[in-house]
Ligand binder design. Structure first.
Ligand code: MRU
Length: 350
């Protein structure tokens, strides 16, 4: 399975997702600034992968802080953390990973700076290793929701490329396949950047999982004709009431799914939940360059100078979800309560 990100020769190597599936090219980042640019320009994308890149980017950045004094180190590190947090605003995993790294720095206030740097680097490795385990668990937990001989619709890419391996929504699909279920995946192309067609279709083909690409606007037609048995998407941020931010177009899929009585599932690690937010209206939605809408693969197709609006995500209200599948089990409505109970159980375990 394709690897998204790795350390090599004291630099971070990222598989450049802008070039896939045509070219498998590693982008080498030698500084914090280069990692932030890779996230912003979407060489690496997908909420968990952004979090992993942020953690590794901070580990790399911390190496360049030349001081032995804790106070100076901490101040410079917090500045870096702030820059990293602003790389992309919607994915909760970015904030989650940055805060985890800050916790390491704060906890080690009486250690020598070199030891803190080493601990930060180790923490980034831990996050990467755990991510794969988490995705395998999501896959296992979601197994009961996927019947044999199912046709599954997915949107954007919530696969190995959006994580450190296996994927969340695609993790459920992979697990079903590994359990011997006969499944077929329909994938929305996912305009404007075509993550569905370029990345999800590519990943599924590499795994020999049957896949068919449709244009985004065909989804309702297929649902109405009962050509879809269930829908699984990933998430960029989930508010404490269960409202979900995910790739633009997710909301309309959820509404159409309800209209056509098709189960609509979200697969997500706990690191994507933002319990500070009461509901989805408070989730910041990234607006990207209008040029991405009027161009395709770098070619301007719209009339030069035409206005375009490019929100990258939307919010699906919790009432449209059939379940949220996490590494700690399957959450059902009422989500406010099931999410609260899950995190309380998590706290009790610690
Ligand atoms: O803009 P992107 O490509 O970063 O958006 C990605 C998505 O919307 C994914 O569905 C989400 O991050 C979940 S990835 C496991």
């Amino acid at each position: 399975m394709i690897q998204t990100i790795k350390w090599e020769d004291n630099s971070i190597h990222i598989i450049d997702q802008r070039r896939l599936p045509k070219k498998k090219e590693w982008l080498v980042c030698c500084s914090l600034r280069e990692v932030i640019a890779a996230i912003r320009e979407m060489a690496i994308r997908g909420a968990p992968a952004i979090g992993l890149a942020a953690a590794m980017g901070l580990a790399l950045g911390s190496q360049s802080i030349k001081t032995e004094r804790y106070g100076t180190f901490r101040r410079r590190f917090l500045e870096m953390a702030q820059q990293m947090k602003s790389a992309r605003p919607t994915a909760a995993n970015l904030k989650w990973a940055v805060e985890r790294m800050i916790t390491v720095v704060e906890r080690m206030h009486s250690n020598p700076v070199e030891e803190i740097k080493e601990a930060i680097r180790k923490e980034s490795h831990i996050i990467v290793e755990r991510d794969i385990v988490i995705n395998l668990k999501i896959g296992r937990n979601g197994l009961e929701l996927i019947p044999d001989r199912a046709t599954i619709l997915t949107h954007c890419n919530a696969g190995a490329l959006a994580t450190c391996g296996y994927g969340t929504a695609l993790g459920m699909i992979r697990a079903a396949r590994e359990a011997g279920k006969d499944i077929h995946v329909i994938v929305d192309e996912t305009r404007p950047l075509l993550q569905g067609m370029r990345l999800t279709a590519f990943e599924l083909m590499e795994d020999n999982i049957p896949v068919t690409v449709i244009v985004d606007s065909a989804a309702g037609y297929l649902m109405k004709r009962q050509m879809i048995d269930l829908i699984i998407i990933g998430a960029d941020r989930i508010a404490s009431n269960g409202d979900v931010a995910n790739k633009i177009g997710s909301y309309q899929l959820a509404v159409m799914a309800k209209e056509n009585k098709i189960p609509f599932y979200v697969a997500s690690p706990l690191s994507t939940f933002d319990l500070d937010l009461k509901d989805g209206d408070l989730i910041p939605i990234e607006e990207r360059e209008p040029g991405e809408v009027i161009s395709l693969a770098g070619h301007l197709l719209g009339p030069k100078g035409v206005k375009a609006f490019n929100p990258a995500f939307d919010i699906t209200p919790a009432k449209y979800l059939s379940a949220i599948v996490t590494e700690r089990g399957v959450l059902r409505s009422p989500y406010k309560r099931s999410i609260r109970n899950l995190f309380k159980a998590e706290d009790d375990r610690r």
